[in-house]
Design a protein around this ligand. Structure first.
Ligand SMILES: [Zn+2]
Length: 460
């Protein structure tokens, strides 16, 4: 039986990362991500998994973002019995992210039933809290750099990816062959996390391409400070739909630094997302523990700027509702980052009609999400079954990306000790994936191709 990789997701899109390795009669899935964005993509979460979930021998997670781990409870509900290998950071964050995902799906299903605007005959959640609890029991922690033997004598090594706490590239050894899955790659410039490890000597590299056709602008904190000062001066609120994990921390660190430098007024900063607050706690704990992923030189200021004294924490629904009428300028950081769901949708409903307010988009906005619509200049937005006018200022700042850009991706690929036999480009919208594949071919001499949906390739 040949050894093969099947690309089951994150092909032509940045969501739904799922790569199946079949080797020596065993099945190992690298990432079990949720499809997000347009309905056509989301519908793929409901399709039967291409192989019986019970036939999977293990799942390895690159990190705790939903587009990499959010499908896992569905696999478990379908009969997958573990193990799930992940770093400690990923395990802790995945517990938070998955519980939130199940809750959102249960709420959305219930809300759709109550309001009668569901697209399904009988709305049901993709999975439940109970499925998530069963999933978390299957987690097995593996440290960065520590060897681990998977079924089929597949050697596993997780290497630092510098994207979010716990993130890793997944390296699998099959006999003499080495396969490297980049996972999402961070930048060397993360204020808190050390940068990604270079790829090891690999026969096959599977690389993400989220920003494969773009260059991140240099950090323009002056522009950010100006937006905040301008909004405060007209008595408005700055609403930041935040990716709950990591980008929230990076954004809060930047706010803290600007405030300490006197570049922005000392406005109350509200973190209004139970998930973001729980994730913040995981970061605080990693900082205070001196986790090897944290840059030692950043630990002291991070502990201060992310500390409870610097932030207002809105844990309860009442605290969140109170922010609909905050009574003066402030900054509200609320999930989800693409405004696809969560408390931020309620805040958008209240804040978008008032031109004094500013919605600040700080992350990648996938096609089909409210965040993307705002970025594209929508003059109205549909929320909870009704349209709301967009009169608030909408601004985007790119410097909070925790994804490598085109040059940084090529830089990472170029640090491999030799040109791999094949490079498969995934996790990018078509133009981005094509651009990265082209650059890998012309600049690095890689045999680089954009993986197609459902495509299977030999890796033996
Ligand atoms: Zn990610």
């Amino acid at each position: 039986m040949p050894s093969t990789i099947t690309f089951m997701g994150a092909t032509g899109t940045v969501t739904g990362s799922r790569f199946l390795l079949e080797h020596a009669g065993k099945r190992i899935l690298v990432d079990a991500g949720l499809f997000q964005g347009i309905r056509e993509l989301r519908r793929r979460n409901w399709a039967p998994f291409p192989v019986p979930p019970a036939s999977l021998d293990a799942v390895v997670l690159s990190h705790a973002h939903l587009d990499h781990c959010g499908y896992l409870p569905r696999l478990v509900a379908g009969g997958f019995a573990g193990p799930v290998l992940a770093t400690g950071g990923t395990a802790r964050l995945a517990g938070i992210v998955l519980a939130d995902s199940a809750r959102l799906q249960e709420e959305d299903a219930a809300y759709a039933v109550a309001r009668g605007y569901s697209k399904h005959a009988v709305p049901e959640p993709l999975y439940t809290q109970a499925d998530v609890e069963a999933t978390l029991r299957l987690l097995v922690e593996v440290d960065h750099g520590a060897p681990y033997l998977l079924p089929g004598d597949v050697r596993l090594m997780l290497r630092r990816a510098g994207h979010i706490l716990g993130s890793c590239s997944v390296v699998l050894g099959l006999g003499e062959r080495t396969l490297t899955f980049s996972g999402d790659l961070g930048r060397g410039t993360h204020p808190l996390l050390r940068g990604p490890d270079p790829p090891p000597d690999s026969d096959v590299i599977v690389v993400e391409s989220t920003y494969g056709d773009r260059k991140h602008p240099p950090a323009d904190e002056a522009h950010l400070a100006e937006l905040i000062r301008g909004t405060a001066a007209r008595g408005g609120v700055v609403l930041v739909p935040a990716f709950a994990v990591d980008r929230t921390e990076v954004f809060l660190l930047t706010l803290g630094r600007l405030r300490e430098a006197g570049a922005i007024p000392d406005l109350p900063v509200h973190v209004d997302s139970p998930m973001a607050l729980a994730a913040l706690e995981v970061y605080r704990e990693a900082i205070s523990r001196g986790d090897p992923e944290i840059r030692p030189e950043a630990a002291a200021s991070a502990a201060r700027l992310l500390g409870a004294a610097a932030l207002h924490e809105a844990h309860s629904a009442e605290q969140s509702k109170a922010l609909n009428d905050p009574g003066g300028p402030c900054i509200i950081v609320s999930a989800s980052g693409m405004a696809a769901g969560g408390r931020v949708v309620h805040h958008l409903r209240h804040l978008l009609p008032d031109p004094r307010n500013t919605v600040l988009l700080v992350g990648f906005q996938a096609v089909g999400t409210r965040g993307r619509d705002l970025l594209d200049g929508a003059t109205m937005l549909k929320m909870h079954g009704r349209y709301v006018p967009v009169r608030a200022e909408v601004a985007a700042v790119d410097e909070f990306s925790v994804h490598a850009d085109a040059e940084e991706l090529i830089g990472w690929l170029g640090r491999a000790p030799r040109v791999p036999g094949a490079t498969y480009v995934v996790h990018g919208e078509p133009d981005a994936a094509e651009a990265l594949a082209r650059a890998a071919r012309t600049r690095l001499g890689h045999l680089a191709v954009v993986a197609r949906t459902g495509e299977r390739v030999r890796c033996d």
